[in-house]
Design a protein around this ligand. Structure first.
Ligand SMILES: [Fe+2]
Length: 171
């Protein structure tokens, strides 16, 4: 991706985040996640870098309306309202933790739809988000501990987060 393209995507996405009503801290977090996601994407040969960068910049747009477990779903709805492409919508919907299965989604009051990342671009954004706390790089072990505190050691998403990290970074 050329520097000019990167700048353009960045400017356009930050504008969308602010217009949606995201706080400055959310915008800063999204920028940090996008830089790391792009760094990871560059390790791969056939990844759509622009899609990763755009999806990562917008991944938390749902935080304009909710900071709950539903913020990925809500973000997807905002992205649809904005007419963003389906690939970007799915990155946003599927970025929470290492994704939410249809069964888990139903339990937390979301539509019973699979929100688990499937494409490499979706996986990279979810993985990068787990490695950024605020704007700082964090260890996956810390992200896993936080998740355990929230959901309990036995929750399937704990193992899923570990596996996603290994799949994306273990190369
Ligand atoms: Fe998020």
């Amino acid at each position: 991706m050329e520097a000019r393209d990167k700048k353009g995507i960045r400017r356009r996405c930050i504008k969308l985040l602010k217009e949606a009503g995201c706080d400055e801290s959310v915008v800063e977090h999204c920028i940090a996640v996008a830089e790391l996601a792009l760094e990871i994407a560059l390790q791969y040969n056939s990844v759509d870098e622009k899609l990763v960068f755009e999806g990562a910049l917008l991944h938390d747009i749902g935080r304009a309306r909710s900071h709950g477990v539903d913020h990925g779903f809500v973000g997807g709805e905002i992205a649809k309202e904005l007419g963003l492409e389906e690939k970007v919508v799915r990155i946003i919907q599927r970025h929470v933790g290492a994704g939410i299965t249809a069964e888990e989604a139903e339990k937390v009051g979301l539509p019973p739809v699979n929100f688990v990342p499937e494409t490499i671009e979706e996986k990279i954004v979810a993985c990068a988000d787990n490695l950024i706390d605020g704007t700082k790089r964090t260890k996956i072990e810390d992200a896993i501990e936080d998740l355990k505190d929230k959901l309990g050691d036995a929750h399937p998403s704990v193992k899923r987060m570990k596996m996603l990290h290994e799949e994306v970074m273990g190369r």
